[in-house]
Design a binder for this molecule. Structure first.
Ligand code: 8Y4
Length: 293
């Protein structure tokens, strides 16, 4: 009996084992770049162009230093309507296939549907990003367990369509911790070995809740799994500053750096170049010895 093949001995949760190799979350904080494969109401030709734009955008983010690309085909913005699995797959699978032709960059599939996740993994995705925290599709945990892929378990109160109607928490940090404990147990019971926790900024939360979560991230880090945070361009930045969605880069970088200082290891952003630069400076300040003669 040894630690190599004893399944009761957990491997390091901060060394993500992917098909392309190990993604080390201890060495430095990582940047996840977002690509949305958006709907189109026109012809298949229209879809082709959206697809080509998405792939071009991925090339750009990889060149800018993205460590992971998050591919999503269903809008999970507040008030958005669900999309069926067939349509979601038509959007994301060709983009994942195209990414695999030019790069080994780790890809996460942003979906709540096991069928979409399965096909995405078959097409070359490495990680499942489930904003429902394995709640919406009962098959999702089993799939992740069978395939041995890491899963992002995000907290959301309610459903995207209605989550921002009237969210309320007695104690948002405690409620999210209890949610994580329940979801970690569920995932582990289905053989999931690699979990990334995400408190879900903006998903069924008031401004005060988003701020409490970012302030108290270390409480979630203490659960022992790596943390991912997505603040990019989100409305809480607009609520604080009055900035429109396209003008929230400063707030995105400030909140992403605070998140990393409070324990996050992956930041999910639209603006990869700027986030990579900000994190490199933060990391240099955390490790001044590496810059001494
Ligand atoms: C402007 C642009 C304003 C985008 C809001 C938004 C997260 C996530 C999303 C997150 C994880 C979004 C798929 C929401 N956010 N996945 N997904 N964590 N794990 N809104 O925070 O970007 S979509």
């Amino acid at each position: 009996m040894n630690t190599v093949d004893n399944p009761l001995v957990l491997s390091d949760p901060f060394q993500l084992k992917l098909r392309s190799g190990v993604l080390d979350l201890r060495a430095r904080p990582l940047v996840m770049g977002v690509v949305n494969v958006t709907p189109d109401s026109f012809s298949d030709g229209g879809r082709y162009f959206r697809r080509a734009d998405a792939v071009e955008h991925v090339r750009e983010m990889v060149a800018q230093g993205a460590d992971i690309i998050d591919v999503g085909g269903e809008s999970t913005r507040p008030g958005s309507e669900p999309v069926d699995a067939g349509e979601e797959m038509k959007r994301v699978l060709p983009v994942i296939e195209a990414i695999r032709k030019f790069s080994k960059v780790p890809v996460s599939i942003d979906t709540c549907k096991a069928e979409v996740a399965r096909r995405a993994l078959d097409t070359g995705a490495d990680i499942i990003n489930d904003v429902s925290g394995l709640r919406f599709d009962p098959e999702m945990a089993k799939l992740a367990g069978e395939r041995g892929v890491p899963v992002v378990i995000m907290h959301m109160k309610g459903m995207p369509k209605t989550m921002q109607r009237n969210p309320y928490y007695d104690d948002v940090v405690t409620e999210v911790v209890e949610f994580f404990k329940d979801r970690i147990d569920h995932a582990r019971a289905h053989g999931v070995g690699s979990i990334i926790l995400d408190p879900g900024i903006g998903f069924g939360k008031r401004l005060q809740d988003n701020l409490r979560l970012l302030h108290s991230l270390s409480v979630f880090a203490d659960l022992g799994w790596p943390l991912l945070i997505g603040t990019s361009r989100k409305s809480f930045i607009g609520m604080i500053t009055g900035a429109e969605a396209g003008e929230r880069l400063g707030g995105t970088l400030a909140s992403s750096l605070v998140a990393v200082m409070n324990g996050a290891r992956i930041v999910r952003v639209h603006d990869v170049r700027e986030a990579v630069q900000a994190l490199r400076v933060l990391d240099a300040i955390h490790h001044p010895e590496q810059w001494e003669a």
